[in-house]
Design a binder for this molecule. Structure first.
Ligand code: GLU
Length: 448
């Protein structure tokens, strides 16, 4: 008879000594995907045994970031609440001779006690899902310290006890933990635990192939949230950081969470470091921004503009500008910059030096004539079909016949008074027929 299939149980075990790092988020995600795919259990375990470096604000930031990414745990633990459990294991290890209390020199003539593991000094081999068999000689590790005292376990002991108690089937974590694995396997053996299957994920690298750090820009997930990235985009981006589905073109970089769960294969995760390409993240983010329903997007953009301290005075013009803003941005925060740098003409009538209306050496007379003709054309267009395309369709042949610059420049400048703004047809469309007529007429009057 077959033995019952062992349940898949995985964990993310962050130490709350800093904000949720993008690398930790990726490790969490891979564990989460694996659990979902295998109908397993995903655990969050806060490893806060280091009382000096662990901070509640970092724990909050980590949990907040994971929940924003919709990485939800089935079970949750905090190591600082499990001291009694570790104590029992330490006592047992001491009782059966696998560990011992060691009196040591603590400086200034003082002596203190620590608890050391009795290293069996042997070769430890494990079969890493991603990297294949790995063997370590453990002699050099010596009798390493596993606890300061019965109530103060150190990292390796706490991890091992928890992985055993929580029946962890697969330890999926960063490559920086490979060298910790032999110590942990020896300890697992000493407490009589099953050895989980290990999978060490490649590091996330900066474009220059060095370890990703603060000097390369944002590394905390919550900073990406503040900068206007969407959680779906971050999840999508992280999922293909070190792993990729079989065949893929550009558009296959956009994968829903369900797609990822369906296609993900832990064995196919790459051994070599994964380069963090911010341009790719921005591109993916843009694709997700485009998926937001128009009305929701409008409200999000409104909020960004208002919290930036800018105003929105004309609702119709604002609504008309949403598709244009969407086209120009990769992050939601950029919406306020577009509003400020290119669309402020929607907020107030332009003020400009009249000479600026004149294209090169066209002269006052010619410019006035061209603007009058533009005005005539615009007046003819029915309000119901006042679109950028329609305006262009009617103005362009005229511009071509008398010279583009002399028509398009004064048209755009009379409408916006800005060096940088959308093209004249789009600008007219955004302003609407009446306001466009008003502004161009004013320009005509100014040209004497
Ligand atoms: N607490 C460790 C860390 O923050 C992770 C330990 C593990 O995954 O085994 O890097």
């Amino acid at each position: 008879m077959n033995s019952p299939v062992k349940q898949i149980r995985v964990r993310i075990a962050p130490s709350p000594t800093g904000s949720l790092h993008i690398g930790t988020a990726r490790t969490a995600l891979f564990n989460y995907i694996f659990a979902k795919q295998q109908s397993g259990v995903f655990i969050i375990r806060i490893e806060d045994t280091d009382k000096e470096r662990s901070k509640k604000e970092f724990e909050d930031n980590i949990l907040d970031g994971l929940s924003w990414l919709k990485i939800k745990p089935d079970e949750f633990y905090r190591q600082s609440e499990r001291t009694e459990i570790y104590k029992k294991y330490i006592e047992k290890l001491i009782a059966d001779g696998s560990a011992y209390i060691s009196k040591e020199e603590a400086g200034e003539g003082k002596r203190s006690e620590v608890i050391r593991f009795k290293n069996p000094n042997k070769a430890v081999t494990f079969n890493d899902i991603i990297r294949g068999p790995i063997t370590f000689e453990t002699k050099d590790l010596g009798d390493f310290v596993i606890a300061k005292d019965l109530d103060t376990p150190l990292y390796h002991l706490a991890v091992v006890v928890d992985d055993h108690e929580m029946k962890i089937s697969h330890v999926i974590r960063g490559e920086d933990h490979i060298s910790n694995t032999p110590r942990q396997i020896m300890l697992l053996e000493a407490i009589g635990a099953n050895i989980p299957t290990y999978a060490h994920l490649p590091l996330i690298l900066a474009p220059d192939k060095s370890k990703l750090s603060k000097r390369h820009g944002a590394i905390a997930v919550t900073e990406y949230r503040e900068n206007g990235f969407l959680p779906e985009a971050i999840v999508n981006f992280l999922a293909i950081l070190g792993w990729s589905p079989q065949s893929r073109g550009e558009e296959e970089n956009v994968l829903s969470f369900e797609d990822v769960v369906e296609k993900f294969e832990l064995e196919k995760v790459s051994k070599s470091g994964a380069v963090f390409d911010i341009k790719k993240l921005e591109w993916i983010n843009k694709q997700y921004i485009k998926k937001i329903p128009q009305e929701d997007l409008r409200e999000i953009i409104r909020e960004k503009i208002l919290t930036w301290g800018l105003s929105i005075s004309n609702e119709e013009m604002f609504v008309r500008s949403i598709p244009l803003i969407t086209e120009k941005i990769s992050t939601l925060n950029e919406a306020s910059a577009v509003w400020q740098e290119e669309l402020l003409f929607l907020e107030k009538s332009p003020k400009y030096d009249v000479e600026k209306l004149i294209w090169k050496d066209e002269g006052v007379f010619k410019t006035k004539e061209n603007l009058s003709k533009i005005l005539e054309i615009i007046q003819m267009i029915d309000s119901s079909e006042f679109s950028a395309e329609r305006i262009k369709e009617l103005i362009f042949p005229f511009a071509d016949s008398v010279g583009r610059g002399g028509v398009l420049w004064p048209m755009r400048f009379s409408l916006t008074g800005q060096e940088k703004s959308p093209d004249p047809f789009m600008s007219a469309y955004l302003l609407g027929k009446d306001e466009s007529i008003l502004r161009i007429s004013q320009a005509v009057n100014l040209l004497k």
